[in-house]
Write a protein that binds this ligand. Structure first.
Ligand SMILES: C[S@@+](CC[C@H](N)C(=O)[O-])C[C@H]1O[C@@H](n2cnc3c(N)ncnc32)[C@H](O)[C@@H]1O
Length: 361
């Protein structure tokens, strides 16, 4: 079929045959037949060297073979009259990444997002560039290994990927209204199927831990600022000064993925507002937002379980920071959110008890 079409092109039966070859390339691409895609695309380019879609298919095939320089050249040919769409821009970004040109890679991701604001591949590539290194579960795991806390509370367990990191000698409780655990959990880990608000209202947290305070907590429940703020206030109340509270999703990628109302697949919600609120209303806390992939992990120390500041001013704090626009982060996101390097040799230093004592009472 393909050979016949190529012969027809060279025998002068042009446009209709190019259309047929394009159809051939599209079908081959849909069937993930890279060689056939490339063959059809090259046949088109042999008679019509400036053909954006055919160049794109050639770039795609070359990319699949791992030749990123050649693929980029083909993608650039395809872009001679403008980038074709989000997929084209993302593939160019991936080539730039492989060739270590991260600035161009980010620019291509931004172009992809202009075509498709919810382009998950572009979001994932951007966070891989902006927050490289180990992801939050590696950091949490290392913290568990280093601290070996007697007690651990996790809000938002989902499939269990983070609560499973608790050591066997840690008494761990996970709270989630809809837990969907997909990993085996050892007997030291208990899951309570409730919202965090219901849990704190209905349970004596200290009693749940056999009379002990919370030594380590991880807040990763509802990704809304007001929920995270309430979670923080409740958790801190059951901690000691030397306990540590971790909060997920505090270093958002961009405005769209940091919105309160979810419109993107990749989404961290408006939990970032919690960092700004704590910095203003609780300057006594020590807050570091570790640049852990994919959305940052805040580590909060120097807790004060007696503090009433958040509880007594909850409504005012929520009102003030719900009105805070994402634009406040545009100037200097790192400084505003207390960015901290994702470097274990530095993170380890954050784990020393604030008062020089131990983590437990
Ligand atoms: C992002 S997932 C947690 C992921 C998990 N910590 C991990 O790292 O694999 C968020 C979870 O929070 C739960 N959630 C939603 N609202 C909640 C609430 N009000 N209280 C506690 N958990 C909540 C959801 O059911 C969901 O399972």
């Amino acid at each position: 079929m393909l050979t016949t079409l190529i012969k027809q092109i060279f025998s002068g039966r042009g446009r209709a045959t190019i259309d047929a070859l394009l159809e051939e390339a599209r079908t081959a691409l849909a069937a993930k037949d890279v060689a056939a895609t490339e063959k059809a695309a090259k046949a088109i380019l042999a008679v019509q060297p400036r053909h954006a879609e055919a160049s794109f298919y050639c770039g795609f095939a070359t990319f699949q073979r791992g030749n990123y320089t050649e693929a980029l050249a083909a993608f650039r040919d395809a872009a001679a009259d403008g980038i074709l769409g989000a997929e084209h821009a993302v593939l160019m970004a991936k080539c730039h990444c492989k060739l270590q040109d991260l600035v161009s890679a980010e620019q291509c991701c931004e172009i992809a997002l202009q075509f498709e604001p919810n382009c998950r591949d572009a979001h994932l590539l951007l966070v891989a560039i902006q927050l490289p290194g180990s992801d939050y579960t590696h950091v949490i795991s290392a913290i568990h290994q280093s601290l070996r806390p007697a007690t651990y509370l996790e809000i938002g367990v989902a499939h269990g990927a983070s609560i499973v990191l608790a050591n066997g000698d840690t008494s761990a409780i996970g709270i989630d209204p809809q837990p969907d655990i997909r990993v085996p959990l050892s007997s030291n880990i208990r899951i309570i199927a409730k919202t965090s608000d219901a849990f704190f209202a209905q349970h004596d947290v200290r009693a749940e831990f056999g009379g002990r305070p919370i030594e380590l907590a991880f807040i990763d429940g509802m990704h809304h600022f007001d929920f995270a703020l309430r979670d923080f206030a409740h958790v801190e109340h059951h901690c000691t000064r030397n306990s540590i509270i971790l909060i997920h999703d505090c270093y958002p990628l961009n405005r769209a993925t940091a919105a309160r109302d979810r419109s993107t697949i990749f989404w961290s919600g408006d939990v970032w507002r919690l960092i700004l609120a704590l910095k203003k209303f609780r300057p006594d806390l020590q807050i570091c937002t570790i640049a852990a992939h994919p959305t940052g992990l805040a580590l909060v120390r120097n807790l004060d379980p007696q503090s009433r500041v958040l509880t007594d001013n909850m409504d005012a704090i929520v009102a003030e920071f719900m009105a805070t626009d994402y634009a406040v982060l545009d100037q200097n996101k790192q400084e505003m959110l207390n960015w901290f390097p994702n470097d274990w040799s530095k993170i380890e230093g954050l784990l020393k008890p604030a008062d020089g004592g131990t983590h437990s009472i």
